[in-house]
Design a protein around this ligand. Structure first.
Ligand SMILES: [Zn+2]
Length: 291
């Protein structure tokens, strides 16, 4: 029987004046502590663009290029800023804003998934300033009637799954304890996950530090939610595995902002059953990506 893989669901690559993490640096780190594969996306979430000439280490081209260079080690995710759409999508009435016709977000999404072959999509509603469930809060009709910047993107992701014949998991920042918790609380993420049952949602930080209970409740209600451990602690991980099940929790570190080594250790201590631990450490994600 082959060894169960260790897959880290949450890593940022970047090159900025105060910090740099290239794919090579990450892989060296993974080798030194025994991580087989890593989901990678941009730091910071603002870099929802093609790679600009002035910095070849930011943008989707870089993530796509390193995934192609290290296909056995890296799983590249697209970074979505749903505000990068034409104003019609926002539900705004015609006016000067009508001038903006292009839907850059969806154009770039298609390029990221089809041309760069990125495997999933990262959302950070707090950084880009929108409620992840913005489309639904006031909508009484079907999903197709709902205006809103996230609905348009989610619908396109569902179509793209069909077009490319593979799953496109969505990873959403879902920590609590800030002023914009209502943008990405577990309930808000669940609101969208409920309406898109064919998409797998990875709930980053699983509502921690203050709302683990909401994340567990969401995972118990909705089979398409996975809870991801970045920035949480041993007791929260143990609780999530106990109450949501080991099939529903995935290890993520948020490297380089947080220690991947410390997260591996936290999971080792929190999950004592070997079978459960193997699932959390990587088997669940391996299944998701059909490895
Ligand atoms: Zn992060």
């Amino acid at each position: 029987m082959s060894k169960s893989p260790i897959i880290d669901a949450h890593n940022h690559l970047c090159a900025r004046p105060d910090m740099a993490l290239t794919a090579e640096m990450l892989i060296e780190r993974m080798d030194s502590i025994g991580i087989d594969k890593a989901i990678v996306f941009q730091e910071n979430a603002n870099m929802a663009f093609r790679t600009p000439d002035y910095n070849p280490y930011i943008g989707h081209d870089y993530i796509g290029a390193v995934q192609a260079r290290y296909p056995d080690r890296l799983i590249g995710f697209f970074t979505m800023n749903p505000w990068h759409q034409s104003t019609g999508v926002w539900g705004w009435k015609p006016g000067r804003c009508e001038l903006v016709k292009r839907n850059y977000a969806l154009e770039e999404l298609e390029r990221g998934i089809k041309d760069l072959k990125l495997k999933g999509v990262k959302f950070h509603p707090g950084v880009h300033f929108y409620a992840f469930n913005d489309s639904y809060s006031e909508s009484k009709g079907s999903i197709d009637d709902a205006p809103g910047i996230v609905a348009a993107v989610m619908k396109r992701i569902v179509e793209l799954q069909r077009e490319v014949g593979r799953r496109i998991p969505v990873l959403v920042h879902a920590a609590t304890g800030g002023m914009v918790d209502h943008f990405h609380s577990p309930e808000v993420v669940a609101d969208v996950a409920r309406r898109f049952p064919d998409v797998t949602f990875i709930m980053a930080h699983m509502g921690c530090p203050w709302h683990l209970a909401g994340a567990i409740r969401a995972a118990r209600e909705l089979p398409n939610i996975l809870l991801e451990t970045a920035a949480t602690d041993m007791l929260s991980i143990r609780k999530a595995v106990q109450d949501a099940g080991s099939d529903r929790v995935v290890m993520g570190s948020d490297f380089p902002f947080l220690s991947s080594e410390a997260m591996l250790e936290a999971v080792r201590i929190a999950v004592t059953n070997e079978e459960d631990r193997a699932k959390v450490m990587g088997r669940n994600l391996a299944l998701l990506f059909n490895d």
